[in-house]
Design a protein around this ligand. Structure first.
Ligand SMILES: Cc1cc2nc3c(=O)[nH]c(=O)nc-3n(C[C@H](O)[C@H](O)[C@H](O)COP(=O)(O)O)c2cc1C
Length: 202
């Protein structure tokens, strides 16, 4: 199959991209609105970007029906702060539910039964049930497209504080086999990426 992306609707491009670019890590973002309402949402357009300074990125697309900015992006632009929580297999269902479209005035911790715990530096709380948290300050937001559904933004944040459960650490390394990470595949599927396919020999 050959495809000129300009000739197909954005949803079709999205399906080919998200079916092919797998497995994707999940940044489970907790944020707070200017009015102080807690919010949680997962983003699989998420990754590490730099170590000095320590940067992460995630990409909230516009709402696929209305073209509105998602609550997470509005919160991050309003407050300049967010927390990346790392998802584990026992948290899959709760994480998936935070991908639903809740109204901005709904506290998503309360809505899905997760526990907010105070962050050390930033105002948005961490998700207590997650074993790893990166407290982040906004560095930059880049906007792409014309703001219609299908377009989106790239949020770049600097990690200003790290929390890792001691149980999953050994000699300064985070051991995936102890925290059971999950990753997003195409469509509704999630994968277990802690199966080692090959060990590098150099
Ligand atoms: C596992 C998972 C990954 C997701 N990744 C993204 C993503 O990378 N970008 C995006 O715009 N939406 C993504 N979504 C959808 C958002 O989480 C969803 O639109 C959510 O309601 C946004 O919440 P908010 O309005 O509170 O920010 C994902 C959903 C799930 C369940």
């Amino acid at each position: 199959m050959e495809l000129d992306p300009k000739t197909v609707p954005w949803r079709e491009r999205y399906r080919i991209m998200t079916g092919s670019i797998v497995p994707r890590p999940i940044g489970w973002v907790s944020s707070m609105s200017a009015a102080g309402v807690y919010n949680i949402a997962p983003f699989s357009f998420f990754n590490a970007a730099c170590a000095a300074p320590p940067l992460v990125t995630f990409a909230p697309m516009r709402d696929s029906d209305t073209g509105n900015k998602k609550d997470t992006l509005q919160n991050v632009e309003a407050t300049g702060e967010f927390v990346i929580n790392i998802v584990t297999e026992p948290l899959l269902e709760a994480m998936d539910r935070t991908g639903e479209d809740f109204a901005p005035e709904i506290d998503e911790f309360a809505a899905v039964g997760l526990t907010p715990v105070a962050s050390t530096i930033v105002k948005p709380p961490r998700i207590a049930e997650a074993p790893i948290h990166f407290e982040c300050r906004l560095v930059q937001v880049l906007h792409f497209g014309d703001g219609a559904p299908g377009s989106g933004s790239l949020v770049i944040g600097e990690i200003v504080h790290v929390h890792v459960d001691d149980e999953i650490l050994e000699g300064g390394r985070v051991l995936a086999e102890r925290f059971h990470p999950v990753a997003r595949m195409g469509g509704p599927n999630y994968a277990r990426p802690d199966v080692i396919a090959y060990e590098r020999k150099f």
